[in-house]
Each structure stands twice: as C-alpha cells, then as structure tokens.
Design a protein around this ligand. Structure first.
Ligand code: ADP
Ligand code: AMP
Length: 216
C-alpha cells in the first residue's frame, strides 16, 4: 500500500510512522530525515537544502522531488511505502501522480496549532538513529541519551520558536490545501491527533485498514 501521512509539523507523523514501520516492515520514507542526513554528510542535496531548513522554509521543489522519486524506485518500495513529510505542496503531489505513484490512502493528522507548538518546542531527536522524544510526554530514561541506541539527543534548530512560527506559516500557505486535494481524490482519512500516542496509533491502524475491525 502506498500511504502518505499528512499534517502540520509536530502532529506526530514521524512518531506514528516509526511505530507502524516497525510493526509492518514497510519502508518509512521521511523527507525531513533524508534531508537532515544529506545536510550532515554535506552532499550536494544537503548543501542546497540547509539554509531553507534552518529558516523553516520548504526546500525547492526540484530538489526534493528528485530525491523522493529516486527513493521510490528502490526495491524495498515495490510492495508499498509510507511517505512522511512529502508531498508538502500541490506541485509535489502532482509529481507523484505524474509518475504513477498516487497514494492509495492519505492519513491526515488533525491537531490544533497550540498542541503542535507545545510538542515541537520540547521535541528531542536522536543524532544517531533519529528516534523521537518529548521532554514531558515521551522523556528518555536518561537525560540527553537515546533509550534505543545510546546516541546523543539534540534540539533541532528548526524547533526553536521563530522557526516553528515560520514552519506553521508555510504549512498553512503551501501544504494545508493538500487536504482538499486528496479529499477530492477520494483517498483522505482524517484522524484526531491530539490524544495520546497509543490512541492515535489505533486510529492510524484502522485508517490503513490494518486493524481487522469492521467500521460499525
Ligand atoms: P512530526 O513528524 O509530525 O513533525 P513528531 O512525530 O516528530 O511530529 O512529534 C512531534 C513531537 O511531539 C515529538 O516531541 C513527539 O515525541 C511528540 N508527540 C508525538 N505524538 C504525541 C502525542 N500523541 N502526544 C504527545 N506528544 C506527542
Ligand atoms: P520535517 O522533519 O518533516 O519537519 O522537515 C524538516 C524540514 O525539511 C522542513 O522544514 C523543510 O525545510 C524540509 N523538508 C522536508 N520535507 C520537505 C518537502 N516535502 N518539501 C520541501 N521541504 C521539505
């Protein structure tokens, strides 16, 4: 199944995608993770992307679309994938459609901005394995250290107040219209995403038709 997780930054897409990918052995393709890795390795893509990411802006479409379309050609994507953080604009969605990669299902994480700001400002990310923590809701056992791999946890530079504000502005302007785009295509499922992680996981499992439960 080709699935997309859509929603504002901080909605919990990465957290849920990682849980699901572990359960279902489906590749979790996070464009944010791919770009951060490219920046760390100073690849040509990383060098182009860095200043946009630091400012909370979208990386130019031609750069990110090329990265994603190449990734989707890999063998592990033949049986489906979970896209997290892409598409973020109508042009990106059309790039998928144009390559026969239209999603079977789009899960929209519906959450208010106040919740998202609170989540982002206390997010911590593992430098080594990318695991996601929250200082209040999902704290690591040992301060500053990843429970899974012992890697160092860091506060993303784009999780600072000014970049958060900019990312939300960009989301409203460029990305939010994808909700209607995919609703129109008949593939959108909305889930309330302000509850706790396990509750949302159940919602995602159901939205993707993996739960085995009937609707009513
Ligand atoms: P996104 O990938 O949508 O940007 P993340 O999955 O990185 O969002 O989550 C953003 C922050 O919110 C992280 O600190 C994460 O630990 C926390 N978080 C995720 N889901 C929940 C939840 N249901 N309740 C509370 N905090 C959450
Ligand atoms: P994320 O980890 O999804 O919050 O993404 C972090 C940053 O990477 C974003 O603020 C953008 O600068 C960049 N980025 C990730 N995905 C995309 C995309 N689909 N289009 C443009 N920029 C992206």
């Amino acid at each position: 199944m080709k699935a997309i997780f859509l929603g504002p930054p901080g909605a919990g897409k990465g957290t849920q995608a990682k849980m699901l990918a572990a359960d279902q052995s489906v590749p979790h393709i996070s464009t944010g993770d791919m770009l951060r890795e490219a920046v760390a390795k100073k690849t040509p893509t990383g060098l182009k992307a860095k200043s946009y990411m630091d400012a909370g802006e979208l990386v130019p479409n031609d750069v990110i679309i090329a990265v994603v379309l190449e990734r989707l050609q890999a063998d592990d994507c033949k049986r489906g994938y979970l896209l997290d953080g892409f598409p973020r604009s109508i042009e990106q969605a059309k790039a998928l459609d144009g390559k026969n990669q239209s999603p079977d299902v789009v899960v929209y994480f519906d959450v208010d901005e106040e919740t998202v700001v609170e989540r982002l400002s206390k997010r911590r990310t593992c430098k080594r394995c990318g695991a996601i923590y929250h200082l209040t809701y999902m704290p690591p056992k040992q301060e500053g250290k990843c429970d899974k791999c012992g890697g160092e946890l860091f506060h993303r530079s784009d999780d600072q107040p000014e970049a958060i504000r900019e990312r939300l502005r960009v989301y409203r302007k460029e990305t939010a219209e994808l909700v209607d785009y995919y609703r129109g295509a008949g593939v959108l499922t909305e889930i309330p995403a302000s509850g706790d992680v396990e509750e949302i996981h159940q919602g995602v499992v159901k939205a993707l038709g993996l739960g085995g439960e009937s609707d009513s």
